[in-house]
Design a protein around this ligand. Structure first.
Ligand code: SAM
Ligand code: SF4
Length: 452
């Protein structure tokens, strides 16, 4: 049997796509390996969101080329594929810069991989056209064993692409226009996952709460309605979704946070900046106060909510005052977790053309201050759960023998002193301690969501 090694960079969409590529190649006789040295086929599933992420690909390709040479000397062939958003954005340029690459394939075309690999026997190929057909219709269904090996928590793509065109972002160019998958196909995939033991589904999309898929009756379903339907799938105990845009948090979705016990009290809702001037220049289409009011409405529906966000510091033209507005927004809202980045100019995006770029030193200083505040908030949130009993979905063995690891409803990693429980079980845990990255606790009983 031939072996394929897939390395994924970037967001959850890439994790999902990497799994689909492995499923596709399983039908061609490839089994997955975690060791690149033994792979007959190496796939780098790349990310273009920031310059650093994109450059990583070229340094990794240098290493893969050396490996290809070594294996060649031992009489073994290695073929190399570059997939994902760098493939989409740079296409042929990759073949020029990295002569060892056999195939370059965009995120909408990886269902063509078997044919592309065949074609590449004659000449190196690039496939980055946005196809008319839906790749999902061409993807094989994963086996029960493949699903089980991936764990009890699974991603499910319900929406792809983005029409928002934030001025800093490459996604609308690399992933294309917004498309929602029909409800029936999502349900079918959810049932297959649940049937193989998945307990938690995270619905994913670049702009997931813009979901507007076709329902079984031909009407358009919103994300709120879809969540209600998915909560009825036997075996599915927990639902999450990511990543959302503040403009698309409609009443139905907010009400789902109040009415749907399976919808976990966690929301990743990126705000990017707290300055109205910068938010406008970013084309985010909301102000800082509109975000604050939105959070108030969501917290009214679900007061017990862990809130998370993305932040960009050093967007072109960002002054000290703008940055202080962001710090104020963070202090006002309070976040349980977050991701923050220095602005990275991306070729082809409007913000990269703005002359007033912020210096690296200023970006670094602002990022350090911002991350310091966010880290204090994260730790305070974690400490606030000490002494509480939380339902924990057990996902894997723990760090040390006799321990198991899982996730709280707020997506915190939790370690418990027990190996008596099954992976996939939801247990009630009394949290005894908050470490820097995990909570620790004692099992106090079966979780309230245990019966599936
Ligand atoms: N669709 C989501 C949204 O609207 O928030 C997330 C898209 S992106 C994959 C994830 C995060 O990367 C963004 O929220 C943003 O904070 C960050 N990001 C995107 N472009 C960036 C850039 N040019 N420089 C720095 N960070 C960037
Ligand atoms: Fe990028 Fe998100 Fe803005 Fe779309 S909404 S352009 S994915 S940051």
């Amino acid at each position: 049997m031939k072996k394929v090694f897939v390395k994924s960079y970037g967001c959850q969409m890439n994790v999902y796509d990497a799994e689909r590529m492995a499923d596709m190649l399983a039908t061609e006789g490839y089994s997955e390996t975690k060791a690149m040295e033994e792979a007959d086929l190496v796939i780098l599933n790349t990310c273009h969101i920031r310059e650093k992420a994109a450059e990583k690909v070229y340094s990794e390709l240098g290493r893969v080329r050396e490996l290809k040479k070594e294996r060649e000397a031992a009489g073994q062939e290695t073929r190399i594929v570059v997939a994902g958003c760098v493939a989409q954005a740079e296409g042929k340029e990759i073949l020029r810069r990295a002569p060892a690459v056999d195939v370059v394939v965009g995120p909408q075309n990886y269902h063509n991989l078997p044919a592309l690999l065949q074609k590449a026997r004659a000449e190196r190929v690039v496939d980055t056209e946005f196809p008319v057909e839906d790749k999902f219709d061409h993807l094989p269904k994963p086996s029960k064993t493949a699903i089980r090996n991936r764990g009890v928590s699974a991603f499910l793509t319900i929406q792809e692409g983005c029409d928002k065109f934030c001025t800093f972002c490459v996604v609308p160019y690399t992933r294309g226009a917004e498309v929602s998958r029909p409800v029936a196909k999502i349900l079918d995939e959810a049932m297959r996952l649940a049937d193989a033991g998945v307990r938690e589904l995270t619905l994913i999309g670049q702009n997931v709460n813009a979901y507007h898929g076709e329902g079984p009756d031909g009407s358009v379903w919103s994300l709120g309605r879809l969540l209600h339907r998915l909560a009825e799938v036997p075996g599915i105990a927990r639902l999450r979704y990511t990543t959302s845009h503040p403009r698309d948090m409609d009443d139905e979705l907010i009400a789902a946070h109040r009415d749907l016990p399976a919808l976990m009290p966690y929301l990743h809702l990126p705000v990017q900046s707290g300055s109205d001037r910068i938010l406008d220049a970013m084309n985010r289409k909301h102000t800082g106060d509109e975000y604050r009011r939105l959070i108030e409405r969501i917290r009214k529906a679900q007061p017990d909510l862990a809130l998370s966000s993305d932040f960009i510091v050093g967007f072109p033209g960002e002054t000290d005052e703008d940055f202080e507005d962001t710090m104020r927004l963070i202090a006002d809202v309070g976040f349980a977790s977050s991701f923050s980045f220095k602005y990275s100019p991306r070729p082809g995006t409007p913000a990269a053309e703005i002359e007033a770029q912020v210096s690296e030193a200023v970006k670094a200083e602002r990022l350090a201050r911002l991350q310091n505040l966010l880290e204090m908030q994260r730790q305070a949130f974690n400490r606030g759960t000490v002494g509480r009993t939380l339902d924990v979905l057990l996902e894997k063995p723990g760090r040390h023998p006799g321990q198991m690891a899982g996730k709280s409803p707020y997506l915190q990693a939790v370690q418990i002193e027990s190996d008596r429980h099954a992976i996939g079980e939801i247990v009630t845990v009394r949290i005894t301690q908050a470490g820097s990255n995990s909570l620790f606790g004692e099992v106090a009983g079966s979780g309230s969501q245990a019966a599936a």
